[in-house]
Design a protein around this ligand. Structure first.
Ligand code: ADP
Length: 270
């Protein structure tokens, strides 16, 4: 698989490869031009993180990405006092750094974070654009260029883990889904190095597996998993082994379900 990170060449950032699904590039650019926060909705592994990395490089803004989890607190984002060589020093968190530098701060899976995080986001996501730092008494005005981007997977059916309307109504939102086959095939080919004609049946299989979502499996096969399967095949692994490892085992632990999914493999690959 190719390196997904932004490469520096002659001092200029080269945007990581991203194939647009629709007009999301223009929408993001408009949001950035008007200092508006944006929410990317969609299933895991469909290209949201890659899209943000691509847009940050295109816009020439630094990017701070935070993978949110249920223990992530406001202090993790804002910063804290740390002991360094016997002295107590303040260390900015990623959100504070982004606010100071006029960077993009990307909160991946924001609903996972603790409740106190949303309180911090409110004054940053309206026309005040400020970050109050209680610990230091500072009230930081966001540097032009600062942009808050958050992602959210509406597929997780957990009533406790939806965004409150008071939070979500502060963001523009773009709905993502897995790319249509005519886009997903070139994406997987470009990412894995496997020729398009060999990627085609993998994408066909993925769409059959996605159709099973909600019956036996919770989430459909992500574009990421197809890239993994194609990467293994391009590296010489037999197709059936690569599919089992990258597209079946990650979906389910249940033997009956897996047998059902394998029947689909036989249907596609014969
Ligand atoms: P998400 O953030 O939605 O969970 P990612 O952005 O990490 O998903 O996407 C997973 C992988 O899928 C990426 O690393 C990339 O290889 C591939 N991918 C998905 N969509 C695209 C796209 N439109 N253009 C380029 N790569 C894509």
């Amino acid at each position: 698989m190719k390196d997904a990170n932004t490469h520096q060449q002659n001092g200029a950032a080269i945007a990581p490869f991203y194939l647009p699904q629709g007009d999301e590039v223009a929408v993001f650019e408009a949001a950035a031009a008007h200092d508006l926060p944006i929410l990317l909705k969609g299933p895991t592994g469909c290209g949201k993180t890659r899209f943000v990395a691509h847009m940050a490089a295109r816009l020439g803004r630094p990017l701070y990405t935070v993978a949110c989890h249920d223990d992530l607190s406001a202090a993790d984002l804002i910063g804290r006092y740390l002991l360094k060589g016997g002295e107590t020093v303040w260390v900015d968190g990623p959100l504070t750094r982004a606010v100071r530098e006029g960077a993009i701060c990307y909160l991946d899976e924001v609903v996972e974070a603790r409740k106190d995080v949303t309180v911090v986001l409110h004054p940053l996501t309206d026309d005040r654009r400020i970050l109050p730092i209680d610990r230091t008494g500072e009230e930081l005005a966001a540097t032009p260029g600062f942009m808050l981007v958050a992602s959210y997977n509406p597929g997780y059916q957990n009533i406790l883990k939806t965004l409150k309307p008071s939070t979500r109504q502060r963001f523009l939102a773009i709905d993502f889904d897995f790319p249509a086959p005519e886009l997903e095939i070139p994406v997987v080919a470009a990412e894995s190095g496997l020729p398009e004609d060999r990627v085609k049946p993998l994408v066909r299989l993925a769409n059959k597996l996605r159709a099973m979502k909600g019956q036996d499996v919770e989430e459909g096969v992500s574009t990421r998993l197809i890239v993994y399967a194609a990467t293994l095949i391009a590296g010489g692994m037999p197709i059936e082994r690569a599919i089992l490892t990258a597209m079946i085992e990650p979906l389910s632990d249940d033997a009956d379900t897996k047998r059902g999914l394998l029947d689909l493999v036989t249907a596609v690959f014969g």
